[in-house]
Design a protein around this ligand. Structure first.
Ligand code: 13P
Ligand code: SF4
Length: 365
């Protein structure tokens, strides 16, 4: 989405000044304000968050703040949309920089998904038993699509539970937009990455598949990926093991299957944090996820060696758009009585998107 440039006063703020002004505005707003921060946010932002978490935890945290008028979401657009869907009408969700999207979420849109569904109906028949599952990293319109067709949302924390549930409701799962999380989850549940799965490329007829392949697949995986996590290749795992004997490898399930297979552990950002917290002193960890989180883990655990699996720095460029100057700007506007950068999901989308999100919270409670 488009974000207008910051007023000069904010663009020129020094880090110390931004920090002090954010704290002052927070104090003035008191309990009317809650700041949520995703683990990939930079330290200068995360220190101001009332709640930190992965996508699943933050979605639940948003529902647990019924008294806050303003929920400032330091994360990306789909997270703010989910918070808006799950919170009351009197609450407003604010994204400090509207240009903070997610390139993976942008790899599937409602038009493409409807076309895919129509094609699947042609191959499988109108009474086809396909349950759509969307990763929370998707637009609200996709969540609504899923909610309307008996499917659910999932996150990296609960994907196995959500997908197992979906396979109890129907014969096949259409999983979007992240092929890697879909494939890793299917394999975890005992399915074969080749025989039981096909990849749906929205730019090819029938997604690039034959009707036979679609008929024999249990999982139809959308051809989307995260550009940050796709960089964690099996070669990097081999290199880390060669250079750091005894290292343990811990990756996010948005990484390719071959990388996940070679790792010692995989899981959501919340799980990554827990594994490092519980690791013994003196242990060594190569972590395959976004650099802000890896650096924070290294700082918070000086008794352990924690480094990024990819020596080339790998930030999520959209998460990074939540700069302290933007946070300062939205908070000071609130103090002045002006609400800027509200993320509001249209009512027509909200109903079924809410069905899908609440189904996830129930199924995966
Ligand atoms: P988590 O839900 O694990 O925090 O992941 C969100 C995300 O965008 C990872 O790239
Ligand atoms: Fe999206 Fe990847 Fe950034 Fe997560 S790390 S918000 S999936 S682009």
């Amino acid at each position: 989405m488009y974000q207008a440039p910051l007023p000069r006063e904010y663009a020129d703020l020094t880090p110390d000044a931004a920090d002090a002004r954010i704290q002052a505005a927070k104090q003035k707003l008191g309990s009317r304000l809650v700041i949520l921060g995703h683990h990939y946010q930079r330290d200068e932002i995360i220190r101001h968050a009332d709640f930190r978490g992965d996508s699943y935890k933050l979605a639940k945290d948003a529902t647990n703040c019924p008294d806050a008028d303003f929920i400032v979401f330091c994360g990306v657009h789909f997270m703010a949309e989910s918070a808006d869907i799950l919170t009351s009408d009197h609450q407003q969700v604010i994204l400090p920089n509207l240009a903070a999207g997610c390139s993976m979420a942008d790899m599937a849109n409602a038009f493409q998904i409807r076309n895919c569904w129509r094609d699947l109906e042609k191959v499988l028949g109108h009474s086809m038993s396909v349950i759509p599952v969307t990763y929370i990293n998707s637009a609200a319109t996709l969540k609504a699509f899923v909610g309307e067709r008996g499917g659910t949302v999932c996150t990296s924390t609960n994907a196995p539970t959500a997908v197992r549930w979906a396979l109890e409701q129907g014969e096949k799962v259409l999983f979007f937009p992240d092929q890697h999380l879909g494939r890793n989850t299917g394999v975890l549940l005992g399915y074969d990455a080749e025989a039981d799965m096909c990849v749906w490329d929205p730019f090819k007829p029938l997604g690039g598949n034959t009707p036979e392949k679609i008929l024999s697949s249990k999982f139809i995986l959308w051809k989307g990926h995260c550009s940050v996590h796709q960089r964690f290749t099996p070669e990097l795992v081999h290199k880390a093991r060669e250079e750091h004997p005894g290292v343990q490898v811990l990756v996010h399930p948005e990484c390719p299957l071959e990388t996940v297979n070679l790792s010692d552990f995989n899981g959501s950002t919340e799980k990554i944090i827990k594994v490092i917290q519980e690791a013994p002193s003196g242990s060594t960890w190569a972590v395959g996820t976004e650099i802000n989180l890896v650096n924070r883990l290294a700082q918070e655990h000086p008794d352990k060696t924690v480094f990024c699996l990819d020596p080339q720095i790998c930030p999520c460029s959209t998460m990074y758009r939540i700069h302290p100057s933007f946070l300062c700007w939205v908070l000071e506007r609130l103090v002045e009585g002006e609400v800027v950068n509200v993320v509001k999901v249209p009512e027509s989308t909200k109903h079924y998107a809410s069905v899908a999100l609440k189904r996830m919270l129930t199924v995966c409670a």
